[in-house]
Design a protein around this ligand. Structure first.
Ligand code: NAD
Length: 438
């Protein structure tokens, strides 16, 4: 099949590459000329495990190409995917200007039947809006389909190639047939393609992300309560997670969820509720609780230093919003950096993949280290914000030697309390008792 993917970010590039991998001819379009130029010369603009090998293979085979020319890209394609940003507007609602802007352009340039597929995360009713925007100028028949994407950054290739399910909102038999054919190679193991109406498909994505954000937030609140009453959230988590009705995933407490999806999708669903006169009370609480969680370690850090952080040097491990990605959108580390620097602390940070993105965002507001151990030299404390594998089992004797004092604030509960006690650290984590050196 001939496919155009408009917007070549995390979703567009992974989708386009995986569609090419299953034998389709894919042309990826982006307005960012530098990005397109880089991709044309074989450079991947994002860090995503396992993407490089597919990217190179399909470029070499001539099935994956890149352009900034929307008109040329859609001319040959029957399926046109919109993988465009839907960032939060000022009131929290999804900004549809990218999606509707491209839809209006498509209306002017399509010359034969096309299926326009919305892969961006969008509020209920967007398929209708896209339809109207295209129809304003279109002189040919077309269908609009909603096909929300559930891939996770860091696991995107695997998630796309072997999805738990594919959700397709579609009321046209012609488009449904094409979509079934396209996704057949991805559901060979019996994982379903679930067809439904467009509105239900649109809401499925928001409901799924908001549910997961709520699960994380619930566990964060339980962790905070554990600290108050002297319980251990790790034990509570295991006790709860073995109940098959609950499941063990998304129960790890930490310093809040971030990323490009959960924060904006929870906000957008909450806002959609308000627009329809519906009070999503549970989401109001989730948004508030997560805001507080992102900097929950700030007060303990400041208190540890007698209320004064001026001149204190804090080594920070992990800048990306989660491991295995270079994405720093809404990363809790950035909120901690703001608070620490504002309070007069010096921060020296290390991240395996996200450092350049942070440099581009905040420049020399903090120092950057080339590896995690060097960041510790002369620091008064270590703060862990992202659970990269490399941080899980460091040589703690060396960590202790390099730090000015053996002090760790761990926003991801990476270490056992017993080991930290036997190593004689001050160790503050989330939802567990604080270890004090003896
Ligand atoms: P992104 O910001 O990484 O990529 C968007 C791309 O679109 C950018 O490269 C940008 O230059 C390009 N673009 C903007 N305007 C354009 C235009 N007019 N024409 C062509 N290209 C244009 O975004 P993303 O993370 O890939 O997210 C895209 C959508 O998918 C969002 O709605 C998001 O909520 C949703 N989503 C994201 C993820 C994720 O993990 N990132 C997962 C599922 C769904």
């Amino acid at each position: 099949m001939k496919i155009a993917v408009i917007g070549t970010g995390y979703v567009g590039l992974v989708s386009g590459t995986c569609f090419a991998e299953t034998g389709n001819d894919v042309i990826c379009v982006d307005i960012d000329e530098a990005k397109v130029k880089a991709m044309k010369s074989g450079e991947i603009p994002i860090y995503e495990p396992h993407l490089a090998v597919l990217f190179e293979r399909n470029i070499k085979a001539g099935r994956l190409t890149f352009t900034t020319d929307l008109e040329a890209a859609v001319e040959e394609a029957t399926l046109i995917f919109l993988a465009l940003p839907t960032p939060p507007g000022e009131d929290g609602s999804a900004d549809l200007s990218y999606v509707l802007g491209v839809a209006a352009q498509l209306g002017k340039i399509i010359k034969e039947y096309k299926v326009i597929i919305d892969k961006s995360t969008v509020p209920v009713g967007t398929a209708e809006k896209v339809h109207s925007a295209v129809a304003q100028n279109a002189r040919v028949d077309f269908d609009v389909v909603s096909n929300p994407e559930f891939l996770r950054e860091g696991f995107a290739v695997n998630d796309f190639m072997k999805p738990d399910r594919v959700v397709i909102g579609c009321t046209s038999a012609r488009a449904e047939k094409l979509m079934s054919e396209l996704y057949k190679p991805f559901v060979r193991q019996g994982n379903p393609i679930i067809f439904m109406d467009e509105k239900s498909a649109e809401l499925t994505k928001y409901a799924a992300n908001s549910f997961l954000a709520t699960k994380i937030t619930f566990m964060n609140e339980v962790a905070n309560f554990c600290e108050l009453v002297g319980a251990d959230v790790d034990k509570v988590r295991r006790g709860m997670g073995t109940d098959t009705r609950i499941g063990s995933r998304f129960l790890f407490p930490g310093i809040g969820y971030g990323g490009s999806c959960f924060p904006k999708d929870v906000q957008a669903l909450h806002r959609s509720g308000q627009e329809s006169g519906f009070d999503f009370g549970i989401l109001t609480s989730v948004i508030r609780a997560n805001e507080e969680q992102k900097t929950i370690l700030f007060d303990p850090i400041r208190d540890h230093f007698g209320g004064d952080l001026s001149g204190k040097r804090i080594a920070l491990w992990g800048l990306a919003f989660k491991p295995e990605t270079d994405d720093i959108r809404e990363a809790p580390a950035l909120y901690m950096i703001d608070r620490l620097v504002e309070a007069g602390a010096e921060v020296i940070a290390f991240d395996p993949e996200a450092t350049q993105n942070v440099k581009n965002r905040i420049g020399e507001k903090i120092e950057y280290s080339h590896n995690h151990m060097d960041a510790l030299d002369g620091a008064d404390a270590l703060l862990i914000c992202t659970e990269w594998q490399v941080f899980r089992n460091p040589d703690m004797v060396e960590v202790k030697k390099r730090l000015n004092a053996p002090v760790i604030f761990d926003g991801r509960n990476l270490y056992d309390l017993e080991s930290m006690q036997s190593l004689n650290f001050y160790y503050k984590s989330i939802g567990r008792s604080t270890v004090h050196p003896i």
